[in-house]
Design a protein around this ligand. Structure first.
Ligand SMILES: [Zn+2]
Length: 195
C-alpha cells in the first residue's frame, strides 16, 4: 500500500504559531535523522542502536536564526488513529497511535510520538483525527540528561500479532515485529540538514 504523506510539519507550525517566531523551515543535524548512530546532544558517544525515527527540535527563521522548540509545543496526530499505548519513556511519554486504515499484509501502520506529556483526557483506545492534539513536548530542563526538548517521531509497520501492551521501544527494534519507515519520506514541508 502506498502511504499518503502527512502534513504534520505544517500542522506543527500552525498549531504553535511558529510564524510569529518567523518560521522559515525545519532544520536537522545528522544526529537527528532516521537510522543515524550519532547523538546530536552528545558527540562523545554513539547511540546504542540506530535511530528508530526523526528528532524534531529546531527550525530556521526567515532571518536565518536557529530557534528551538519549547516544552509548551502542541503535538498533532499525523493521521486519523487510535491511541494504542501510552508508554513512559526517559523524557516523558511515548504515544503509539495505530492507523487501521493503512494495512500492508499482516501489519498496520503506527505513528509514534516520543517525549511528550499526553493531554490528561487522553486514554488508550481513544480515537483521534489527523491534526488532533496528542499532548505537549515534555520539559527536559529538570532532567539529568542534557537533551533539549524535542519530539521523537517514528513511523512503522507493526505486525497485528503484537499486543498493545508490548508496544515499547524494545519491540520497535525487533525486526520480526516492526518495519521502520524514514519519517522524512512522508512529511510534507521544507526542511534542511545542517552538517
Ligand atoms: Zn529520537
Amino acid at each position: 500500500m502506498l502511504l499518503p504523506s502527512t502534513d504534520l510539519f505544517l500542522r506543527l507550525v500552525a498549531e504553535n504559531d511558529l510564524n510569529k517566531r518567523r518560521f522559515h523551515q525545519w532544520v536537522f543535524n545528522p544526529g537527528m535523522l532516521f537510522r543515524t548512530e550519532e547523538k546530536w546532544w552528545d558527540a562523545s558517544s554513539a547511540r546504542p542502536i540506530p535511530h528508530e525515527g526523526l528528532d524534531v527540535a529546531a527550525f530556521l527563521t526567515k532571518g536565518g536564526q536557529l530557534e528551538w522548540l519549547t516544552p509548551q509545543t502542541r503535538i498533532p496526530a499525523a493521521y486519523d488513529g487510535i491511541i494504542a499505548k501510552l508508554q513512559k519513556d526517559f523524557l516523558g511519554f511515548s504515544c503509539f497511535l495505530r492507523h487501521d486504515q493503512f494495512q500492508r499484509g499482516p501489519r498496520l501502520l503506527y505513528s509514534v510520538y516520543g517525549h511528550i506529556e499526553p493531554l490528561p483526557e487522553h486514554r488508550e483506545g481513544q480515537a483521534l483525527k489527523a491534526g488532533d492534539i496528542l499532548g505537549t513536548l515534555a520539559d527536559t530542563s529538570q532532567k539529568k540528561s542534557p537533551i533539549r526538548t524535542h519530539l521523537h517521531f517514528s513511523l512503522a509497520w507493526i505486525a497485528t500479532t503484537v499486543p498493545a501492551n508490548s508496544l515499547n521501544w524494545e519491540t520497535m527494534n525487533d525486526p520480526e515485529a516492526v518495519i521502520l519507515i524514514d519519517p522524512l519520506s512522508l512529511l510534507t514541508g521544507a526542511f534542511s540538514v545542517m552538517y
